[in-house]
Design a protein around this ligand. Structure first.
Ligand code: ATP
Ligand code: MG
Length: 417
């Protein structure tokens, strides 16, 4: 039995019974398989007191240009094994290009990238044995049923006919798709497709899973289900490299985050570190009477010595503050005026605020708007990722490429370049 087959058959999924669309998926894998495989070749180093975390990904000076476009422009990155690492950035930042190089779908122009110690450029087969990719766009065949897709993939990955059927049943069950299993995928909702996509990428349990915007376009319930799937995979030993434009998603899931913009990493750290680096916090004030908002603004602005922003809530104001002493004085000033306040809070900056601060794209967005171009990496694109993403349709052009991204990728490498 091959390593791959063993890994697959040791992997079991169980789900609660219930409605296919609503129940929470539960994914269980026996981690012994991954531990066994981790103990094998390719590890960069054994854990020691000085260097406790072996690296799943080690990138140095990675470059990929497409003509004039510097998609990836010299990236250094170290991702520890275990846990979830977030790659965050606006449209066109280079996230997918990084992932495609790591998954051996694209050859780097310069620099090196290692996955569990194996170089993606020179040891592609070894890398493909250990990774899997859920691409940004749907990778399953819409004309097939959910079950047919999974059985087909399992067969391609070396399962026997009976083994493939069994594996498909396990995955459909785990991802809440049993009732929809015999329907063509084109009849699935976006959330069901996304779950099937992820199921397809773990037909064989990978040691490292690339998830490229796994929840784009999903409603909050489906997002939560996908988050649960990701957490369950990680709990069972898989390392996840997640790209997202949802800053709250990175905040919720990722142990560490690298922020990428225009092909370069512009910040790296834990979500808490990144938020703390923006400043001490954001003051939010809500008034009892929205009619007093301008008066409140006039009171707050000189005391805070910072722009006071009118929120979309007509009774709310906010301001970024770096000096907590000014917050106290602002509270006193409002108390002395006759303006009634229903809420006065000082919070940590959100990752959205961090993102907009470090990418500082508003100037470029305005320039793009002025010359009539769309500006794929605009501040609007970053700040309104949620609304932009929910209107994005699921493209099928990448189907073949992403399906083969599950491995083996030798064919897809040719197709994708
Ligand atoms: N095959 C390609 N040929 C030419 N240009 C490309 C190709 N792939 C990516 N690019 C360009 O490289 C840049 C980075 O693209 P990439 O898809 O990596 O960004 P991204 O961060 O994944 O963006 P998004 O959030 O929109 O998915 C973009 O300017 C894109 O247009
Ligand atoms: Mg992308």
């Amino acid at each position: 039995m091959t390593d791959r087959q063993r890994g697959s058959e040791d992997y079991t999924n169980r789900a609660r019974s219930g409605d296919a669309e609503t129940h929470e998926p539960h994914v269980h894998a026996r981690s012994a398989t991954l531990d066994e495989r981790r103990g094998g070749r390719g590890q960069t180093s054994e854990p020691t007191d000085d260097d406790p975390a072996p690296l799943a990904i080690e990138i140095a000076g990675l470059v990929k240009h497409f003509g004039e476009t510097k998609a990836v422009d010299g990236i250094d990155l170290q991702v520890p094994a275990g846990g979830i690492y977030g790659l965050l950035g606006p449209n066109g930042a280079g996230k997918t290009t990084v992932i495609r190089m790591l998954a051996t779908l694209l050859q780097p122009d310069a620099g090196t990238a290692r996955v569990f110690g194996d170089d993606v450029a020179t040891a592609g087969d070894a890398v493909r044995e250990r990774v899997s990719l859920t691409g940004q766009f749907a990778s399953v065949d819409e004309d097939l049923t959910g079950r047919e897709n999974l059985v087909l993939l399992a067969r391609l990955l070396g399962y026997s006919r009976a083994g493939a059927r069994e594996r498909a049943t396990e995955l459909l069950d785990a991802f809440g798709l049993t009732e929809a299993a015999t329907r063509q995928v084109k009849t699935y909702s976006g959330g069901m497709r996304r779950r099937l996509d992820i199921a397809a990428s773990i037909v064989v349990t990978p040691e490292l899973l690339f998830l490229d915007e796994p929840t784009t376009g999903l409603d909050p319930r489906n997002r939560n289900q996908v988050w649960d799937i990701i957490r369950a995979l990680v709990a069972n030993g898989t390392t996840v490299l997640l790209t997202t434009q949802y800053l709250d998603e990175a905040d919720q899931l990722a142990d560490r985050i690298a922020v990428i913009d225009e092909g370069r990493i512009i910040a790296e750290g834990t979500p808490g570190e990144l938020k703390a680096s923006v400043g001490s916090g954001v003051l939010s004030v809500r008034l009892r009477d929205p009619a007093r908002r301008e008066a409140a603004r006039d009171v707050l602005q000189p005391v805070l010595d910072a722009p006071v922003v009118r929120e979309s809530d007509p009774a709310a104001l906010s301001a970024r503050v770096t000096d907590s002493g000014r917050v106290t004085r602002a509270f006193e000033a409002l108390s002395h005026s006759s303006i009634e306040v229903s809420e006065f809070t000082l919070g940590q900056p959100s990752l959205d605020e961090f993102f907009l601060t470090v990418t500082d794209r508003s100037g470029r967005a305005e320039a793009a708007a002025a010359d009539g171009s769309e500006g794929s990496g605009s501040a609007e694109g970053a700040g309104n990722a949620e609304s932009a993403a929910t209107t994005r349709t699921v493209a099928t052009a990448d189907r073949v490429e992403n399906r083969s991204g599950n491995r083996p990728a030798s064919d897809s490498k040719r197709r994708s370049q």
